[in-house]
Design a protein around this ligand. Sequence first.
Ligand code: ASP
Ligand code: MG
Length: 401
Amino acid sequence: MLIVQKYGGTSVGNIERIDEVAKRVKKAKDAGNDVVVVVSAMSGETNKLIEFAKYFTENPPKREMDLLLSSGERVTSSLLSIALYSKGLKSIALTGRQAGIYTDDIHTGARIDKIDSNKIKKNIKEGKVVVVAGFQGITNNGEVSTLGRGGSDLSAVAIAGALKADLCEIYTDVDGVYTTDPRIEPKARKLDKISYDEMLELASLGAKVLQNRSVELAKKLNVNLVTRSSFNENEGTLITKEENIMEKPLVSGVALDRNQARVTLRGVKDEPGIAAKIFNRLAKENINVDMIIQNIGLDGVTNLGFTVPENEIEEAKRVMNELDASKQLEFDTKVVKVSVVGVGMQSHSGVASKAFDTLAKENINIQMISTSEIKVSMVIDDKYGELAVRSLHDAYHLDRS
Ligand code: ASP
Ligand code: MG
């Protein structure tokens, strides 16, 4: 098999950990696999470099930031290659440029345009473990670029796609994807498999195992992803296309997103163009609107509510006050979003009503609802967030497989 293994910051967090990673890589290699490794910087390293730059100015030039930040991954990739060498393996460390990762020229948030994988392939053929510095690439002008925070996942998936690897393993400090956050519900169960779409929903709802862009790319390139821990031998969770999952569970997981705030407009004119005006303006100011509800109007006026990330509420306040589109404005940050996610709900009814029932039994008021083919989301008072997660987890029997 050709395996791409990606190790995150905590997995290469110190020299002993890098040695552990080398042992794991050697095991995969000794088992007869071809192995390409992508590494993050040591945990905390990227933040430290950003701090250093901010000592001088709040707005450091982005080109220089890319050069600076790309160094963290160079350190870990070369150290890992040296560690592999010390264990008798042939290996080579490559920077993003050397690995042929071409990006656009948006410094600190570049997108991968194409991968010229010839050099990686040549080294694999020579029996080497190829260790690639994640998170970075090169622009057409030969400038170093980085892919945005958490971008090493993206490097790994893109390389796995370009090499048509059999598997892309993402190593972190957690065992995989859980039915819900085990810190909230100790009965949470690790999932063996989950579809790309479910993972995307869960990740955007706060299950922070994988960077969302990397899951999107894996879906597009059809890369089989496994997230697992580098601290034990547990199996991890396979993220794959829906067709590869035989028994589709009705519900795969429950997510809690605490970073939510609600904006309510009362007495909005009920006429064409109002919603367009409000949401265009919010979009222009880069405020991420999530759920939207509008009532049926009465006597020429209506009420409108929507949610934004809690850390964007001050911006939203400013914009809404300027816009002056309603008689009355309300802002509430004491809300959370609870979501039930599962591909099985596409073909079964009753999933949503069970969620509403469950919250009703706990006397939890639902302020907003939104649904998609594979998700039901509800905005509720934040003090009931964890209770709601536990009750829903229970209601769908997620502790059992
Ligand atoms: N080192 C980069 C970061 O901390 C990229 C990564 O770890 O994926 O964001
Ligand atoms: Mg909140």
